[in-house]
Unconditional design. Structure first.
Lengths: 280, 113
């Protein structure tokens, strides 16, 4: 998939904090880029000296059993511990591009006004349009512009979170890059993975992208106000969703009309209370 | 998935391990790739040749061991293999979200000389 989107090619990730007003801060390259460089460096290094004439190496197999996501998983656990210590409920919101993540987050913030203090980290390949929309709604927002990387990783989130005043927040929402493939593998240290499916996308989306839908703690059908226009087969969609994400809490709502949003608000407040109660 | 960056990581793990073991060359790499990892094996193969050029692993072979998706059925108290990504137990037809294997993305072993 990333052959198309070019992910993995060296490009700078930039993070725009709430205080910087959209200024680009100098940021090191994403971790896997520097790892690539270190791999080349390793390879380019001179071979070790052979001082004995009879020195020879017989082929042998080294058992490694090393996870390639080990580093991200470790950083994600560190994030999780840090967020827990700050008594923050953290959501990782994932969907295809255009499912309505930004509007959903904006409306969630409006519903929670006065009850829950919300901060947002937004990931996109380019532009800070989403961050500007959310800032206009009065939220503290950090934009991660990934360049060509098609997912957020735990390290980017750690750096972005440093630009938010976490002590003044109860809830942190991470809006991942719009993509149903790559973000599935990357734990960010969230408490809940929230996957959106809009009624404009087709009822079989969960069957087409099982790794991501399977990993969801919460599955949300969005744009429910358009269901009639799009000929949305609700029963089929919910049946598909329950097959792949059947352990997830399912909500059907329209962020624009507000239908179904109260049930989501109650769920979030309960999750937040459960988290803070567990720490007392 | 970002197969190129993943294979770069795998190569780094392989070359570092080879050097630690006092070897000069990486002859082959064995990866374990789960069916639910989201990774395309063909894309890994394609990227592998590319990243190995000019390294200790130039000309090395890449073997991919595919790991099926395996879930645990609480009703039957047994594991079952999901061939179709759906989580239905073939015995009781109950659904399970308890994934036991299938997300692996690991360097299993490396052959060095």
């Amino acid at each position: 998939m990333c052959q198309e989107c070019g992910c993995g090619l060296p490009r700078e990730v930039s993070i725009h904090g709430p205080a910087s007003g959209g200024m680009t801060s100098p940021v090191p390259q994403p971790s896997h880029v520097s790892e690539r460089d270190s791999a080349s460096a390793t390879a380019a290094a001179a071979p070790h000296a052979h001082d004995a004439a009879d020195h020879q190496h017989a082929p042998r197999t080294l058992d490694l059993n090393r996870s390639l996501l080990e580093k991200n998983d470790r950083l994600a656990e560190r994030n999780r511990g840090y967020f827990r210590a700050k008594r923050l409920l953290v959501l990782n919101v994932l969907s295809a591009p255009g499912s309505g993540k930004t509007t959903f987050i904006q409306k969630t913030a409006e519903l929670l006004a006065g009850q829950c203090r919300l901060g947002v980290i937004v990931g996109d390949l380019a532009t800070d349009n989403d961050a500007n929309r959310l800032r206009a709604a009065g939220l503290p927002v950090v934009q991660i512009t990934t360049g060509t990387v098609c997912h957020l990783d735990a390290e980017m989130v750690a750096r972005a979170a440093n630009q938010l005043e976490l002590d003044s927040l109860d809830l942190l929402i991470i809006e991942n890059v719009g993509n149903l493939v790559c973000p599935a593998a990357y734990d960010l240290g969230e408490d809940l993975r929230v996957v959106l499916l809009s009624v404009t996308e087709g009822e079989d989306k969960p069957l087409k992208y099982p790794p991501l839908f399977h990993s969801a703690n919460v599955a949300i059908v969005t744009k429910a106000d358009l269901a009639t226009v799009t000929g949305w087969n609700r029963d089929l969609a919910l049946a598909n969703l329950r097959r792949v994400s059947h352990h997830a809490a399912v909500f059907e709502l329209s962020a624009r009309s507000g239908d179904g949003m109260q049930a989501w608000r109650r769920f979030l407040l309960q999750a937040r209370d459960a988290l803070t109660a567990g720490q007392r | 998935m970002h197969e190129l960056s993943l294979i770069q990581d795998a190569l780094r793990v392989a070359t570092e391990s080879a050097r630690r073991a006092g070897a000069d060359r990486v002859l082959g790499l064995r990866l374990r790739v789960g069916m639910m990892s989201g990774v395309v094996p063909e894309a890994l193969q394609f990227a592998f040749e590319l990243v190995c050029r000019g390294t200790l692993a130039e000309g090395a072979t890449l073997e991919i061991e595919s790991v099926p998706m395996v879930c645990w059925c609480g009703t039957c108290e047994a594991e079952f293999v999901c061939e179709d990504y759906l989580n239905e137990c073939p015995r009781c037809h109950g659904l399970s979200g308890d994934l036991r294997r299938g997300r692996e993305l690991e360097v299993a072993s490396v052959k060095v000389a």
